[in-house]
Design a protein around this ligand. Structure first.
Ligand code: FAD
Length: 443
């Protein structure tokens, strides 16, 4: 950590937030742009302790082939963007940060199998490695999906090779790589930003470590980015619907990732099971869906940020209520409420959700993973009373605010490339992003 007093100096770029997105921007800006003065501020003691932490997300490098909530167009985009992170993993990431793992999407019952078969026809040219598997073929790959299942039940799977990723370890590796750049950045941990103010042509940033100045800023603080945007008069029309997700663990059930078919009309990804990246003998199931009025899980102080960004006026509150009472979301969120009932909740979750994946799984096989599971910050368009799917970026004068729900971690390098391009455009005066080298190394 740098201890120098830089208060009189002005940074070219300050990044707020040391999750996978902030650190990816740090890596790209320090390695592929000619900026001399870059700093990153993270409020916690370590990088990636919030949504990018391996315990809080699904650890999947999403590429669009088994995510049945994606259209072909969205899948193609995610595939191209996730390729950058895949190449980074193969080239720069330390051992343990990722693991090759088989993955599949499983369709159960006539309606789902029919839909998956149709999807395969549409997707197969873009994903030539995707294989369609039926009964016995599925059993060879994932025996527990078949054991105890009614043999008359229609079943179909699409399977491929993929990656499990510890996005937190990747964030740390981005920081290590950035320190080897020609102009190593200044990194401040335990340095929360409490206020950003624009004075003349620079921003003044108030942190727990003093005041700092910057010509440009990227706020990559997850849903907290919207708090800063609103502070500066941007993003007035946006709010956040914070959707928490719990995980449950069981021993030695699955060999790879098994995703379920998307519930039609549901904007959040379906439940899945997969081996933990660090402990493959533990199969994790989740995430469940629970709307909570906080911006960070288990940090109830962040309720203030939620109220300020999303529920501070009548139109904000009405749009949240309107979205939550969408029949599909409401029914599913209500069903998920039962899973929180003491003693019986786990049993209901196993019977209503998990036995569709692993028919012989019993409630006693499964334990609640305490303290795991982050918040999916679903961005709400208050005026349209709709969810804005995908990443949300708000642009201000020489400042970018980014809120990145899933698959934000998988596409973080593509996002970082675009953000750094905007930063050098803001700066002008010879500031350059060497996109050719960036793409040569990673694309
Ligand atoms: C249950 C769940 C499952 C998911 N599964 C996947 C998956 O399988 N694959 C995938 O690609 N994506 C997945 N995602 C999404 C992914 O986790 C996020 O897109 C990604 O982690 C976002 O990274 P980030 O850096 O924007 O946010 P974060 O990781 O939340 O980092 C934000 C950082 O900003 C810091 N910060 C906040 N406020 C301040 C402040 N005032 N001052 C200084 N620092 C501050 C925080 O401490 C934090 O370190 C999942 C998310 C959830 C919740």
């Amino acid at each position: 950590m740098t201890e120098k007093n830089f208060q009189k100096d002005i940074y070219d770029l300050i990044i707020v937030g040391g999750g996978i997105v902030g650190t990816a921007i740090l890596f790209v800006a320090s390695r592929y742009a000619n900026l001399r003065r870059i700093a990153l501020f993270e409020k916690n003691e370590n990088f990636a302790e919030v949504n990018s932490n391996r315990g809080n997300n699904s650890q999947t490098l999403h590429t669009g082939d088994i995510e049945t909530n994606y259209t072909l167009e969205k899948a193609r985009q995610v595939k191209a963007e996730a390729r950058l992170l895949e190449n980074y993993l193969l080239r720069f990431a330390p051992p343990g940060a990722f693991r090759k793992m088989q993955k599949m999407v499983l369709a159960v019952g006539a309606r789902e199998t029919e839909a998956l078969e149709k999807r395969f026809e549409i997707f197969k040219n873009d994903y030539p490695d995707l294989r369609m598997l039926c009964g016995r073929e599925i059993e060879v790959v994932e025996p527990k999906l078949i054991e105890g299942r009614d043999s008359g039940e229609p079943l179909l799977a699409l399977a491929a090779e993929g990656y499990a990723v510890d996005f937190g370890a990747v964030a740390v590796s981005f920081v290590q790589q950035s320190k080897q750049a020609n102009y190593p950045p200044d990194i401040f941990l335990n340095a929360g930003i409490s206020n950003i103010k624009r004075t003349d042509d620079v921003y003044e940033i108030k942190t727990s470590r003093g005041r700092f100045f910057a010509k440009t800023i990227v706020v990559a603080a997850g849903p907290q980015s919207l708090v800063f945007a609103k502070q500066l008069g941007y993003g007035k029309n946006f709010g956040i619907l914070p959707v928490a997700g719990n995980f449950y663990g069981a021993k030695n059930i699955l060999r790879g990732k098994v995703y379920m078919m998307q519930i039609p009309g549901m904007p959040f990804a379906a439940i899945h099971g997969d081996p933990d990246i660090n402990n493959p003998s533990e199969t994790r199931f989740g995430p469940t869906i629970r709307v909570l009025p906080v911006l960070e899980r288990h940090r109830y102080r962040t309720m203030k940020g939620f109220l300020r960004t999303s529920a501070w006026n009548l139109s904000g509150i009405t749009s949240l209520i309107y979205i939550t009472f969408n029949p599909v979301i409401f029914r599913y969120a209500l069903k998920n409420l039962f899973y929180d009932i003491p003693f019986v909740g786990k049993s209901l979750f196993v019977r209503w959700e998990l036995q569709k994946i692993v028919p012989l799984l019993r409630p006693s096989d499964v334990a609640f993973l305490r303290g795991k599971g982050g918040i999916r910050p679903q961005v709400v368009n208050i005026e349209k009373r709709e969810l804005e799917l995908g990443e949300a970026e708000i642009m201000g004068k020489n400042i970018i605010f980014s809120v990145t729900p899933s698959p934000g971690a998988s596409v973080c390098l593509a996002y970082a490339g675009n953000a750094v391009q905007k930063i050098v455009d803001f700066l002008g005066n010879g500031a350059q992003f060497d996109r050719r080298s960036f793409e040569k190394d990673l694309a």
